[in-house]
Design a protein around this ligand. Structure first.
Ligand SMILES: NC(=O)c1ccc[n+]([C@@H]2O[C@H](COP(=O)([O-])OP(=O)(O)OC[C@H]3O[C@@H](n4cnc5c(N)ncnc54)[C@H](OP(=O)(O)O)[C@@H]3O)[C@@H](O)[C@H]2O)c1
Length: 237
């Protein structure tokens, strides 16, 4: 799809992958980027095309006021996410609830609120920032795995739902990225700016399922050949 001239709404945009996406969309020629976050206190962006916007994706009133402020949105990027560590048998039940509230219900509520906006604004798209852990589980992140697997399913349902309106849904499956979310986890991580640039390239190329970094591409290649082998590999992490 064409990014030039588009109006983009990015949730969780002030740090990590979201921050990278703001710059990647600007570089690709977006006309306006709504940079949404719960906390805008320390946020500013030198480019006048960026409009900071207060948004908590778990709060209906907050979502409705975002719809009012950003009624010209054409590309919705569901990037906001939380990760709480914990294994399936021991993690607090509330930890599952908190992961689901942002990673699943947040996407659902943003989709429901913004699809009517997208539908009246010309060429449009929804982009869901999922994870490899939507496809394969790592045992120490059970609540996150479950929320992101459900978010993948939601994204596929949305794709089917919007097919008749010709609004594409892009699902993105990053591997490990060097952001606050994985701070303290020792492993090879891709810089968020590189991941963000690859996501925007994927949109431009019309790639529905985007694997935006070397880890995600390698794991996906293995998953296509033998998903049980990848399941065993991740289970031993
Ligand atoms: N880092 C990785 O290795 C990795 C890998 C695969 C996928 N991902 C996914 O990439 C996305 C971005 O994560 P990140 O790595 O950039 O992590 P991050 O730096 O921790 O950023 C997470 C963002 O989500 C926002 N957020 C959390 N709860 C929210 C809520 N209730 N309402 C609105 N915004 C909320 C945060 O906003 P505030 O500033 O308001 O807290 C923050 O901007 C997530 O969906 C994550 O699951 C990350």
């Amino acid at each position: 799809m064409k990014i030039e001239g588009k109006v983009v709404m990015i949730t969780g945009a002030v740090r990590g992958i979201g921050r990278g996406l703001v710059d990647a969309f600007l570089k690709a020629g977006a006309n306006r980027v709504y940079a949404a976050s719960r906390n805008l206190e320390a946020y500013s962006h030198p480019d006048k095309r960026v409009i900071p916007l207060q948004l908590d994706v778990t709060n209906q009133e907050s979502i409705q006021s975002a719809v009012k402020m950003a009624g010209d949105t054409q590309i919705l990027v569901n990037n906001a996410g939380v990760l709480e560590f914990g294994n399936l048998l021991e993690a607090d039940r509330d930890s599952f609830r908190r992961n689901l509230e942002v990673n699943l219900w947040g996407n659902l509520d943003m989709d429901r609120a913004f699809v009517p906006v997208l539908a009246r604004n010309g060429e449009a798209a929804v982009v869901n920032i999922l994870t490899l852990l939507s496809m394969v589980s790592a045992p120490g992140m059970s609540a996150y795995n479950a929320s992101k697997a459900a978010a993948w399913s939601l994204g596929m349902s949305l794709r089917a739902t919007l097919a008749s309106q010709s609004i594409p849904v892009f699902n993105v499956f990053p591997g490990a990225v060097d952001t606050d979310m994985l701070a303290g986890v020792e492993m090879t991580k891709t810089p968020p700016a590189i991941v963000a640039a690859a996501i925007v390239e994927g949109l431009k190329a019309g790639t529905e399922d985007i694997f935006p970094d070397p880890m995600s591409q390698t794991v996906y290649d293995g998953w296509k050949k033998d998903h049980k082998a990848v399941e065993k590999q991740f289970a031993s992490m």
